[in-house]
Ligand binder design. Sequence first.
Ligand code: ZN
Length: 159
Amino acid sequence: MTPQSQILLIPKIECGYVIDHIPAGLGIQVMALIGCHPELEAAVVTLGLNYKSTRMGRKDMIKLQTKSLPPRLLQMLALVSPGVTIKRIANYEVVEKVVIQVPELFDNLARCINPNCITNVEPHIGTRFKRLESGSRHFKCAHCERVCTLDELAGHLKA
Ligand SMILES: [Zn+2]
């Protein structure tokens, strides 16, 4: 699919952000994350599902007409769908492009999968998960040392 025909399917926005290269099927989940951010309540949002992508086969894409993206949303994206591209749009052009990477640390984004962890017994205690090593998809709870995968943490997001 050429960029030209994509424009016909999902309209260009004058300014805002595009969350691109979302693996097909995850777009709805990313929409739900956007829905948890009151800062984006007034944003005009367009969801595109199942676009052909030379790199990925199929992909989902979300366009948001908003001045800024909440940092917590970007952290959640790093947990749920690392590898997505965030494009900042001004005057209909891409002015900045960032690929969301898996960070070394997740602070207070997900609950520990260990039910006996102090952070589950005393929910006011914030959670922290440290990456085992660079490139790994495994994280260790800073409180109980339970090792969780990225997918497990994504399934235990704090609201
Ligand atoms: Zn723990």
